[in-house]
Every structure is written in C-alpha cells, then in structure tokens.
Design a binder for this molecule. Structure first.
Ligand SMILES: Nc1ncnc2c1ncn2[C@@H]1O[C@H](COP(=O)(O)OP(=O)(O)OP(=O)(O)O)[C@@H](O)[C@H]1O
Length: 626
C-alpha cells in the first residue's frame, strides 16, 4: 500500500530516516557502554566519541529529512493539480489539449501524474459537458473543485510528507531490534518483537474504522462546495425571483451536514491519539523496563545494557507515534487520491477525441489508484474508412430517468456532411447531441462509427461539442485557443481563427492574439466568443463537430457571422448543428426533425420545406418574425 503510492523522491527521506535510526541506536548503545565503563572505572572516551559522532549524524539526518518533504510536496501538488486540470479540460470538447510531457517523478506506480489524459466523467453530475445544457461544460463541479484545491493538498501531503517518514518509522523497529538482539540481548529483542507486531494489527483496525467517515466527510465537503458554487452562479436569478433565502438555506444545510461529520471525525482522531499516547507507548515502555529488569536481575545484561534497552525502546514505538500524529494526513490523502482518480481519471468515462494518448480502458487496479497510469493508445482521430459513413444510427433509442426520450432513430452522417437537428422544446435534440458525443448510452439499436460499433469512449474521442455558452478562461485569446492544442503555432491559431471568420476582428485588436479575455468573454462579444470556441474546436482536430444552438441569444448580425463561420467549415468537416433558429439550417445537407423523441422528418432543407410539418411551419414563422 505504502510502496505503491510513494513517489521515488520520497525514498530519500526514508533512507535518511533509516540512517538516523541507526545513528540513534548507536548513540544509545554507546551511552550504555559509557555507563558500564564508568561503573567499572574504565576509559569512557572511546564510547563518548562514538556517542557524540552518532548523535551528530542523527541530528544532520533529521534536519535534511525534515527539509525534503515540503519541497517534494510542492512538486506533487503541481503535478497532481496539473493532471486534474488537464482531465477537466479534456472533458470540454472545445478545450481538449493535446498531451504535454510534464515531468514524472514517480516510481513504477506511485509517480506523480504526468501530462497525459485523464478520463473524466461529468463530475458528479455537475461538470459534464452536457451539450444541451447551455453551459461551457469545462467548469469543474463542486466536488472536483474541492478535489483540485484542498484535495490535491491532502494528496501531496500524504504522498510527500507522510509516506517516506512513515515507511521509515514502520521499518525502524526491525533495525532497532536487530541491533538490540545482536549487541545487547536476543531474548528481550524477541519478546519486544512480539509486542511490535501488534502495530500492523492496530493500523489495520484503525484504517478500517476511519475509511468510511473520512470518505463521507470528503463527499460532504464536495457537496457543500458544489452547492455554494451553484448558489453563487445563480445568485442573480435567485435575487430576481426573491429566492435568496432558498439559496442561503441550501448552503447552510450542506455546511451543517459537513460540520456534523467533521465532529465525528475529530472524535475518532482523539481516540487514535489516546490509544497511541496512553496505551501503546505506556505498554511498550513498561514492558521494556520489566523485561530489562528481569534480565538484569538474572545477570544476563549489565547496567549499561539496561540503559541502552530502555533508550532503544523509545525508537520502537515510533511507528505508532507517527501513525497517531499523522493518521489523519494518511486517511485524508488516501481518500482524496482515490476520489481524484475515480472522478478525474476513471477509465472509460471520457477523454474527448484526444489525438495521441488516452487513459487505458483496461487499466487495472493499479491504474485506478493513481492517475499516472496513462497508456499510449493509437489515435482514433485520423483513421478514416471511406467505405462507411462517419456515423450510422440504426433504430437508436435512448432512455433518461427511466423513460424513453428517443426511439427509432435511423440515419447516416457521411463524412464532410452537415446534419441539422431541429424540433420543438423537449423533442430530444440535446439527447441526440449527447448520444453522438458518447455522453449518453443507447438503450436500443446501434451506433456505428466508421462501420464499427462505437462505445462511448470512441465517440468522446471523435466528437467535440461547442456549447451554447462556451467557457473561456481568464487569459489571452491564444491561451484559450491553445487549450485545444498546446503546441499550436501562431500560424495554426490564425488559420483556425480565419476559418471561424474571427481572424480580422482579433487582428484589429491592439494586442491581437494576446488580447485578454475572461470567463464572461471580456473583450469579446457573445458572437465572437462563439466563433472563438469554433476556432478552438477546429484546433482539436475532432472528426465530428457538434454545435449546440450556436446562434441562440445573438443579434442578427452576430448570428450571421457565426452562421458564416459554420458554413465555411461545411464540406471540410462533419458537422451536427442543434438548431433553434431554422435560418442556420438552410445550407445543411440534411435536416432531422424530432418530435417527442421520435424522428418526424429527415431530408434536405428544400425537401422539408415542400412538405407540411414542423420544419416548413417553423421556418415560415421565423420569416414572419424577422
Ligand atoms: N436528465 C434528464 N433526465 C430525465 N429526462 C430528461 C433529462 N434531460 C432531458 N430529459 C427529457 O428528455 C426529453 C428530451 O430532452 P432534450 O433536452 O433532449 O430536448 P431538447 O429538444 O434539446 O429540448 P430544448 O430545445 O428545450 O433544449 C425531454 O422530454 C426531457 O424532459
């Protein structure tokens, strides 16, 4: 357990602690010799020099061993947080960076995360890139935000500051007892060994007792953060509705639940400290003194040996002492590490269309316990099979919340074609988008990607969704674009902007690609934000680009520009456009009309306009309102 999680650099602290233990044992043995020599009237100087030297080594090793973990902790924090952020980013179809090659400091299993791809499932239902949600989709959910902040700190503390010293502390008794057995008295050493062997049993007992409450505490902390974020995000709406108190109550309830769990956890911690200090150390010292007295009275050991044995015993309860002091660090760190790996890198849950590495879908237990186990897989991005349409849907059905929301959907989406999906509210348009992006499973029928049965991971890699309100990070235009391809040159960025019909407007800005934008767009208009998201999606090299109501809430001019930018992609890219405004579907190759979860029409815009039905009626209605 310890070894698997331990970063390789933490071994330095472990080795230093081992040297310190041997030095301290040497010091105690030398002090025993000093006492014996003093009693016998012999020369004590050699033993005193040895004691002083050993003491010096112990002090130096302790100093270095104490200085190392905080540095390692900073490295671990950076790597884990980087890995988590990348996993979240990769979930956003419009923000899927190609892999970087950040450093790797770990051993075979326990290394720090490297810049690979974390699979990421829509975090606890809050953060997924739900195409129809109208949100950017990249924001981490509350639980994930908690993981990426406090969680990462706990993980780094556990891996960098607990594991190395803990391993040293747990193995130190073996060294001490060996020295005691060889140099003082094997009988005392063997009997104390029996007592020391109780430690692993105690550790198991407490681990089992703490695991549940710690995990529960972390879950509640995540839920509280999530509620808080939700309330913050919807504060404006809540105020308008006069419902601030509801928001306040929600947060207060989550905080109260967290408080109760925190108190329960503290109580258990106190119990642990009591067991450590009052029981184990007392038992250990009493037993050692009793054994030493017994052996001394039998004449088996000298006064000096007696002193050495008692002093050496103080090194024996180091493991339980360490455990008592840092138990919470270990439990919190392990729990967070497990949650981090599950939430941000669970195999088979996401990782969009990335171009060269991905989480192994078959990753085993080791992979699930550490986000470092990214395996290289082949890109699915470029493989094309001209014999098949890019996507084929055969009698597809989808269920949500236990009810059928889509059924009997059959259609082909050829490579380079544009499909517009239209229909009244609740017809199932977003459901189709989620299905095509691998975010919802098919309940019936089949979905073929290039002629092969597509599983959600294939679809997540192949498709990218540009959400209705794309999320921009605080940073420059270039930084926001490079989320999709970190190694893109400025030329690549301009090319993508050109295709998205945004290049001229960015070039006209004083700072060009270095123009600062923010979460709300900053220097950009709503339409420009959407075209920036289109450019970002283009940079990702996805096979399928899904646009979720790309022109919703835009004025006519902005709508026209976004529409032009989409048209410019037609033919070269495979597009699926979820459209409210039918004007944006006029140039589509085929239009799918949905009604109450069933296909109510499929054809070219012209064909559908000739027929009576939703498409013709809604198009006419739109014309009247313009
Ligand atoms: N999370 C969910 N759980 C259960 N049912 C859902 C869920 N989300 C949507 N639905 C239902 O699925 C059906 C299709 O919803 P969907 O969001 O795909 O419609 P839509 O055409 O995109 O609607 P809109 O234009 O209003 O966004 C609706 O009946 C809706 O109530």
């Amino acid at each position: 357990m310890l070894l698997r999680d331990m970063p390789s650099r933490a071994w330095v602290a472990t080795v230093l602690q081992w040297i310190r233990t041997i030095a301290l044992a040497t010091l105690f043995l030398a002090l025993g010799q000093v006492l014996d020599s003093a009693i016998d009237g012999g020369n004590t100087s050699a033993a005193m020099i040895l004691a002083a030297a050993a003491g010096g080594v112990a002090v130096v090793c302790s100093g270095i061993a104490a200085a190392l973990p905080p540095r390692l902790r900073a490295v671990e924090e950076r790597l884990w947080r980087g890995s988590g952020i990348r996993a979240v980013l990769h979930r956003d179809p419009a923000a899927s960076p190609a892999p970087t090659t950040a450093g790797r400091s770990g051993g075979a299993h326990g290394g720090a995360p490297r810049g690979g791809h974390g699979g990421a499932k829509p975090g606890g239902g809050h953060a997924g890139a739900r195409p129809g949600s109208g949100h950017g989709g990249v924001r981490p959910g509350g639980g994930e935000a908690e993981l990426l902040t406090g969680g990462v700190e706990r993980i780094a503390e556990y891996r960098a500051e607990f594991l190395g010293p803990a391993l040293a502390a747990f193995t130190a008794p073996a060294l001490v007892l060996l020295l005691m057995g060889v140099l003082v008295d094997p009988v005392i050493a063997v009997l104390l060994l029996a007592l020391v062997l109780l430690v692993p049993l105690l550790v198991r007992f407490f681990l089992a007792r703490f695991r549940g409450p710690t995990a529960q505490y972390r879950r509640l902390a995540g839920a509280a953060t999530s509620r808080f974020q939700e309330v913050l995000r919807s504060l404006g709406g809540l105020v308008l509705l006069g419902a601030e108190n509801t928001g306040r109550k929600t947060v207060a309830e989550a905080a109260a639940a967290l408080r109760v769990q925190a108190v329960a956890l503290l109580k258990r911690s106190q119990l642990m400290i009591l067991v450590n200090d009052a029981v184990f150390s007392l038992v250990m010292i009493t037993a050692t003194v009793a054994l030493a007295l017994w052996r001394f009275q039998d004449g088996a050991i000298s006064e000096g040996d007696f002193l050495a044995v008692v002093l050496l015993a103080t090194l024996l309860y180091e493991p339980i002492d360490k455990l008592g002091r840092s138990f919470y660090v270990a439990m919190a760190g392990r729990t967070q590490q497990g949650m981090f790996t599950q939430t941000l890198t669970t195999p088979g849950t996401t990782d969009t269309h990335t171009t060269d590495t991905a989480v192994s879908p078959t990753a085993g237990t080791a992979a699930r316990t550490s986000p470092v186990n990214f395996t290289e897989t082949e890109s699915s991005g470029d493989s094309t099979d001209p014999g098949h349409p890019l996507l084929r849907l055969e009698s597809l059905g989808v269920e949500r919340g236990g009810s059928s929301v889509l059924s009997g959907l059959t259609l082909d989406i050829p490579r380079g074609s544009t499909l517009a999906v239209v229909g009244p509210s609740g017809a199932g348009k977003s459901t189709v988008a989620m299905l095509l992006q691998g975010l919802l499973p098919a309940a019936s029928g089949q979905l073929l990607l290039e002629g092969r049965q597509a599983d959600p991971r294939d679809l997540q890699r192949a498709a990218v969704t540009v959400a209705q309100k794309p999320f921009l990070f605080s940073g420059t235009v270039a930084e926001n674009l490079r989320l999709a391809r970190p190694d893109a040159s400025d030329e690549d960025l301009w090319e993508a902007l050109e295709k998205a019909r945004l290049a001229a407007e960015i070039a006209a800005k004083q700072r060009g690609l270095a123009t600062q934008v923010g979460e709300d767009g900053g220097a950009l208009s709503g339409g420009q934000v959407r075209r920036l998201a289109i450019a970002r999606a283009l940079l990702s090299d996805a096979q399928l680009l899904i646009f979720d109501e790309p022109t919703a809430d835009l004025d006519r001019r902005a709508e026209r520009l976004v529409d032009e930018s989409l048209q410019a992609l037609a033919g070269e890219h495979t597009l699926v456009i979820i459209a409210h405004r039918l004007a944006t579907t006029r140039w589509a190759d085929q239009v799918l009309v949905l009604d109450s979860g069933r296909p109510a029409g499929l054809g070219t815009p012209d064909d559908l306009l000739q027929q009576t039905g939703y498409y013709a009626e809604a198009t006419a209605g739109e014309g009247e309102h313009r």
